[in-house]
Design a protein around this ligand. Sequence first.
Ligand code: ADP
Ligand code: MG
Length: 288
Amino acid sequence: MSTLLGPDQAEGLRKLMRELPKSNTKIIAVTSGKGGVGKSSFSLNLGISLANMKDNPRKVMVFDADLGLANIHILLGFIPKFNLFHVIKGQKKMSEIIYKSDYGIDFIAGASGLSQLANLSDEEKENLIEALKEISYADFIIIDTAAGITSNVISFVASAHEVIVITTPEPTAITDAYGVIKSIVTEVENPDIKLVVNRVKNTTEATKVAKKVIDVCSQFLNVKIENLGFIYDDQIVQESVRKQIPYVELYPSHNVSVCVNHIARRIMNLEVSEEESGWKKFFKNVFK
Ligand SMILES: Nc1ncnc2c1ncn2[C@@H]1O[C@H](COP(=O)(O)OP(=O)(O)O)[C@@H](O)[C@H]1O
Ligand SMILES: [Mg+2]
């Protein structure tokens, strides 16, 4: 199997990111067992939410590392010409491949070519390290990975400070979430794993699914998973895909966007206030 970074390189990358001039860059990998559970739309909207936090805006870089189905650029409505592959090959400078979006986040495109980088030459490694130094201005780097347990995904997960596993309430997605957590626990030392339940009907369902995953991981893998929150199933997500405008921009006060803002606040360890949470509004609507 090919990897972008071997285990040593992943650890090296993690160390490197910590030693960079702005050493508090936090790398978050977003992954899942099953495909199509909403990683890309979540990664993008989470990034925008972190970047535009009223009381604490952050510099955010979103990196599309889904090598097979790179698609965040589609959600943003543009076609990237160059990607990290060109930088590693020395054909482009990092500044030439960073896309500055209208939404306060920067973006780097993934490339199918990346999966061929099993054996980076010394010069290419040097290029990659120099490239990473150039994005250390970011407070958060969000890596949208592919689904499943390929060595590429594990490399990205291993180089991240925390990993968010996405599931939906579907039984197959839950089983696969457990599977991916199991391999993270096996392959990564002291991983910091968090859970987001996407596409829920209501809070009862969200709680039930999260509890199921957290309990089974605690029981069989002896690992503590933090519940970061949930996102409602709503057609505004598809609408935002069609319009190629992220939903936190298109409908900033919609329940779906409020859910993502909550998750962003939890990641930043900020208070989630009643007022801001939109719960009042939510209950008002429910009991109207
Ligand atoms: N909360 C949600 N409500 C409704 N549809 C959603 C939601 N999250 C994701 N989707 C839809 O699911 C599909 C897959 O989402 P995507 O983000 O591409 O998943 P992944 O990156 O995991 O493959 C898209 O059509 C998207 O619009
Ligand atoms: Mg995706």
